[in-house]
Design a protein around this ligand. Structure first.
Ligand code: NDP
Length: 279
């Protein structure tokens, strides 16, 4: 079994990002919108802020109260769209239920949409055109490339169909000539499907859900899940790592697998946004 060490790969790519930033001739800037209400978001934003600060990317957080109206949220997005000093906009999800997140994503200028969640970028991705790629799936593609894992002709099973992970993941694998099966909570006989997978990407948010008996010998197992064990600080993935590692050919750990790649993919998208706007 080969451990896919996302942390190390992210560090390596970070060196490339530093080089790229030196050549850029300017400083990219990222605006992050946080709507009060989700404690985990604070942690994720802190990680993004820290990385930006370390790399010398301008980072500004716009903090909205949890009773903010849709109109106020959209007004802020429009203001940031029009602000030439802002290259990249990220709306941290989740946001409170009274707000329409899809409308908000749609309002973000596609050239500043570094999360790749606007319908324009999603559509471009589906059509195989250049687009901002959702950071987690983009980071996973970098991992597969780094470890020389070819996708062409492989049966890739993506478990989870969210707009931010599962669906864009499936599209990227399809664009790389994989043969794709997408599974979700209504899928019947899941383990019969997963057992035929050459590459499995699991993004469901269910601790230790995928066990060794559900995977094929030597499969590539990518675990996106981040699950906190209640009452502890322990984080586990969606894959039962201890059993799966005995059977997998390649496997990502949690933490230290996909997570660090998501952040570096975001930084690369921010640089891309700067370049797009300063051609
Ligand atoms: P969502 O809750 O939006 O989507 C979960 C998906 O999993 C849904 O499509 C759901 O199916 C499917 N699902 C749930 N239970 C099962 C099951 N038993 N069998 C098959 N499918 C199932 O989650 P996200 O995509 O946002 O995130 C998934 C996980 O990844 C979470 O743990 C999250 O914390 C983590 N994550 C990690 C990131 C990282 O950087 N490492 C980044 C983003 C997310 P249905 O559509 O039918 O409801």
């Amino acid at each position: 079994m080969i451990l896919i060490e996302g942390k190390k790969v992210a560090e390596k790519r970070r060196e490339k990002v530093i080089e790229k930033l030196k050549e850029l001739g300017g400083i990219p800037s990222l605006a992050v919108i946080r709507v009060e209400g989700d404690p985990a978001s604070e942690i994720y934003i802190r990680i993004k802020r820290k990385m930006c600060e370390e790399l010398g990317i301008n980072f500004t957080e716009y903090h909205l109260e949890k009773d903010v109206t849709q109109e106020e949220l959209l007004n802020l997005i429009h203001k940031l769209n029009d602000d030439k000093s802002v290259n990249a906009i990220l709306l941290q999800s989740p946001i409170p239920y009274h707000l329409d997140i899809m409308e908000a994503f749609e309002a973000i200028n596609p050239d500043k949409d570094v999360d790749g969640f606007s319908p324009v970028n999603t559509g471009r991705l589906v059509q195989g055109q250049p687009s901002f790629k959702a950071c987690t799936p983009y980071g996973i593609m970098m991992l597969l490339e780094e470890y020389g894992i070819s996708i062409e002709g492989k049966h890739c099973v993506v478990i989870g169909r969210s707009n931010i992970v599962g669906k864009p993941m499936a599209e990227l694998l399809l664009n790389a000539n994989g043969t794709i099966t997408i599974c979700h909570s209504k899928t019947k006989n899941l383990s019969e499907i997963t057992k035929t997978a050459d590459i499995i990407v699991v993004a469901i948010g269910s601790p230790n859900f995928i066990t060794a008996d559900m995977i094929k010998e030597d499969a590539v197992v990518i675990d996106v899940g981040i699950n906190r064990i209640p009452g502890t600080n322990k984080i586990v993935g969606d894959v039962d790592f201890e059993s799966a590692k005995e059977k997998a050919g390649y496997i990502t750990p949690v933490p230290g697998g996909v997570g660090p790649m998501t952040i570096i993919a975001l930084m690369e998208n921010v640089i891309k946004a700067y370049e797009l706007q300063n051609k």
